[in-house]
Write a protein that binds this ligand. Structure first.
Ligand code: PLP
Length: 439
């Protein structure tokens, strides 16, 4: 019996024994094609020799040094790389160990910015429904996944919430994309006015929403409108790109495709590609300057911030992505994946939508395509799809629908950037067989 508190307290998952490229092999010798990169993590696949070499080199030289005493070349170089490749004035970086820590850091940094700029009455945020920002208390508070929040709600700060940008679900039949976008922005503006701009620190949103909805890209102009409203009312715009960032959508940052630059950006999963636990917060001069010229410190910190080994792994991952021109590969393979999903799955009786951006794709399943009625969550269709895919040697990331039917069961696909077209064909064909069998 395992003494680990696993995700399920009833079932112990198979033991992963080794992994190479897009494949993971379990202890029985069975191979799985990792078409979800775990949870959109393994952007370079497994066992990349350049990353392993950088890791070995770092561990042999300096595995760890506490930031209360030292900085390290690895962390400094990674920060330089992230600033050089970021647009606008995102010129400072805070390193953490994962996505939730990155979000907590962003929230606290935004609050301290308000305090240091003479706005201490700003104490809350606006988040979105159908969103996920992590499982720690601050991140859960700004998130809008009710299932994850429910039992912890009494512990969470009060946050105003607006609709997600989900055209498949919420655009009205007689509405153009532009009209739908305007309606969402009007709702955001009204929420700012109702809450009182003087109380709001910032607006938090995933650029392409992932874990809760399954790779839903924003409509054209949505984030440009968000940026304008944040500027108009003095809110910080915090982009959570923990899942959709670091190349996953075909540009290093997903927001680059929306022609905006946020004030604070969180990244994690693809930053270290799973070779080490690492996340980061990219911070604009607008936010950092008042702190540099004010208190001279960010009142925050964890034991493992700027971990040299994690930084060395992430630096190697990012250098490989740049050197091997993998962003353009993501664009090409992503187009192919989205095309194939549409061609092979969209016509199936219970596939409501196929969507995505780059190698970040989602398939939404519904009981009725016309009304978009979701399957009863009690049927746990997503769980059946996951096991049926695993049986066939395929890892995808299915999630359940919501009880209020605002979201059907969906399947997230986020393979390593190195995946080959023939492997994408296997993903789509296997998914098709499984969806036909399970629905
Ligand atoms: N933010 C987003 C957008 C995420 O998708 C996730 C994880 O899925 C997180 C934050 C939390 O990251 P972590 O699980 O590394 O704490």
């Amino acid at each position: 019996m395992s003494h680990i508190i696993h995700r399920s307290l009833k079932v112990t998952p198979p033991v992963a024994a080794s992994a190479q490229g897009v494949w993971i092999t379990d202890r029985s010798g069975k191979r799985y094609l990792d078409a979800s990169g775990g949870a959109a993590v393994s952007c370079l696949g497994h066992g990349h020799p350049d990353v392993l070499a950088a890791l070995h080199q770092q561990i042999d030289t300096l595995a760890y040094a506490h930031t209360g005493f030292f900085t390290s070349d690895a962390a400094e170089q990674l920060a330089d790389q992230l600033v050089r490749t970021a647009p606008g004035d995102l010129n400072s970086v805070y390193f953490v160990s994962g996505g939730s820590e990155a979000v907590e850091t962003a929230l606290k940094l935004a609050r301290q910015y308000c305090v240091e700029t003479g706005q201490p009455e700003k104490t809350t945020f606006i988040g979105r429904r159908q969103s996920y920002h992590g499982n720690t208390l601050g991140a859960l508070a700004v998130g809008g996944n009710e299932w994850r929040r429910k039992q912890f709600a009494p512990l969470l700060m009060d946050v105003a919430r607006v609709s997600a940008c989900n055209a498949y679900r919420d655009r009205l039949p007689d509405e153009s994309e532009q009209q739908y976008t305007e309606r969402l922005l009007n709702e955001l503006e009204q929420t700012i006015l109702d809450t009182g701009a003087e109380k709001i620190i910032g607006f938090v949103a995933e650029t392409v929403s992932g874990a809760t909805t399954g790779a839903v890209p924003p409509t054209r102009g949505y984030f440009a409108g968000v940026r304008k409203l944040c500027d108009k009312y003095g809110l910080l715009y915090i982009a959570d790109e923990v899942m959709c960032g670091m190349g996953r959508t075909g540009t290093l940052h997903a927001f680059e495709q929306d022609d905006v630059v946020p004030d604070i950006v969180t990244v994690a999963k693809g930053l270290g590609g799973g070779y080490q636990p690492i996340g980061a917060v990219l911070v604009s001069d607008k936010v950092m300057e008042p702190l540099r010229n004010g208190s001279g410190m960010f009142q925050h910190g964890h034991t493992y911030i700027c971990h040299p080994t994690a930084a060395a792994a992430a630096l190697a991952v990012q250098q490989v992505i740049e050197r091997d021109n993998l962003l353009s590969r993501v664009q090409h393979q992503g187009n192919y994946l989205l095309q194939q999903l549409h061609a092979e799955l969209a016509g199936l009786d219970f596939v409501g939508d196929t969507r995505g951006r780059g190698l970040f794709a989602g398939v939404e399943l519904v009981r009725d395509k016309t009304t978009k009625t979701a399957f009863d969550p009690a049927h746990k269709l997503h769980a059946a799809i996951k096991s049926a895919c695993l049986e066939k040697g395929l890892m995808v990331y299915p999630m359940g629908g919501t009880i209020d039917g605002q979201q059907g069961d969906h399947i997230l696909i986020a393979p390593p950037f190195i995946i080959e077209p023939s492997q994408l064909d296997f993903v789509v064909e296997t998914l098709k067989q499984v969806i036909i069998r399970e629905t």
